[in-house]
Design a protein. Structure first.
Length: 261
């Protein structure tokens, strides 16, 4: 194995941080980093035979986000090795890693390792923190440990790709939060800078002399909320507040990364 390629979908940046940290600690030359967060991102779909690919995805409702799957499915590998990583917000990753394994296998990859890491929940706030500031220092050490396990495995003569990845078939049914509950803008705090529109993976936000959000396109990734420099993007409606409260009450106990090697 000579080179390394990183591919990730990461609206609020936690998956990106984890994948970069793992990649940094593998002694291979990084030839490309593909952030596929924006819908319709064009990437080179051909994977070199002597390249290790690391793919990172956040968990949405125990599954891989639909908008990311469209891009992932275009990848074509000829049995080159892949490491799959699911990042979840301290509730559960359910069937996401298993689903990611199926997607990459269908692209022709051979999965040599998998991991579930924890990232600050997209719905976390200062009032109701959920996995706040994760991945933290301890998580980053675990990224390094995982990278060492991968390196050791790559040096084996007969690399086993028969991993016992956690998850169930049939996969958990996808949930859908009704679009009407999308984040909104407090126009008194907003200076129309457009960062929310730029960060939105599905281009659901339009800036004119005000900010309009298309609820049908919103995936509730909360990138607009996390990246707004003025805290003008807010999620404040009874449905979303109930979800946030439930997560805060039930998912505050720290979970730790898991490895499948
Ligand atoms: C729509 C949606 C659904 C989510 N579902 C789950 C879930 O089922 N389990 C969980 O633990 N976290 C869940 N999360 C939290 C994300 O997996 C977590 O915040 C992740 O770190 C986000 O990755 P990113 O920073 O790369 O965007 C969900 C987040 C969103 C936006």
């Amino acid at each position: 194995m000579k080179t390394l390629r990183l591919i990730y979908f990461s609206p609020t940046g936690t998956t990106q941080k984890i994948i970069r940290e793992i990649g940094k600690n593998i002694g291979l030359e990084l030839i490309s980093e593909n952030n596929i967060t924006k819908s319709n991102t064009e990437i080179d779909s051909k994977i070199d035979d002597n390249c290790l690919t690391i793919i990172g995805m956040p968990v949405y409702g125990g599954r891989i986000p639909l908008t990311a799957i469209e891009t992932l499915q275009k990848l074509k590998s000829n049995q080159s090795p892949v490491v799959i990583v699911a990042t979840y917000g301290n509730r559960d990753y359910d069937d996401a890693l298993l689903e990611l394994n199926e997607i990459t296998t269908n692209c022709g990859f051979k999965t040599i390792a998998g991991a579930a890491f924890i990232g600050e929940h997209s719905f976390s706030s200062d009032e109701k923190p959920i996995a706040k500031n994760r991945p933290d220092k301890e998580d980053l050490v675990k990224c390094k440990n995982f990278a060492q396990m991968i390196t050791a495995k790559l040096n084996e003569t007969d690399i086993n790709s028969d991993l016992d990845i956690s998850g169930n078939y049939p996969y958990k049914k996808r949930g859908q939060i009704p679009g009407e509950f999308h984040p909104t803008t407090d126009i008194d705090k907003c200076d129309l800078c457009g960062i929310c529109a730029e960060k939105c993976p599905t281009n659901a936000i339009t800036i004119t002399d005000t900010v309009t959000t298309n609820g049908d396109l919103c995936t509730f990734c909360c990138a607009c909320v996390k990246y707004c420099p003025h805290e003008a993007r807010i999620v404040d409606n009874p449905t979303m507040n109930a979800i946030k409260e439930k997560l805060f009450v039930n998912c505050s106990e720290r979970k730790e990364p898991e490895f499948f090697v």
